[in-house]
Design a protein around this ligand. Structure first.
Ligand SMILES: [Zn+2]
Length: 67
């Protein structure tokens, strides 16, 4: 029993972990498309669309790039 010791974390972080931003792959068209939408939403201060884009990108990274 380790008291304050951090337990072993699963390989993928929680989809609601807002502290870690998903990183799009520069050579993936789908990553770039999602990122472009997210950046457009950010430019319009549409933060719910920004977070939708973050969730989409994270899900895409997990399914398409095994991250
Ligand atoms: Zn991708």
């Amino acid at each position: 029993m380790g008291g304050m010791t951090e337990p072993t974390r699963p390989k993928t972080s929680s989809p609601y972990d807002v502290n870690s931003q998903p990183v799009p792959l520069s050579d993936c068209a789908a990553c770039q498309k999602i990122t472009a939408k997210r950046e457009a939403a950010r430019a319009e201060f549409d933060y719910s669309a920004v977070s939708d884009g973050t969730v989409m990108l994270r899900a895409h990274l997990r399914t398409a790039h095994d991250q």
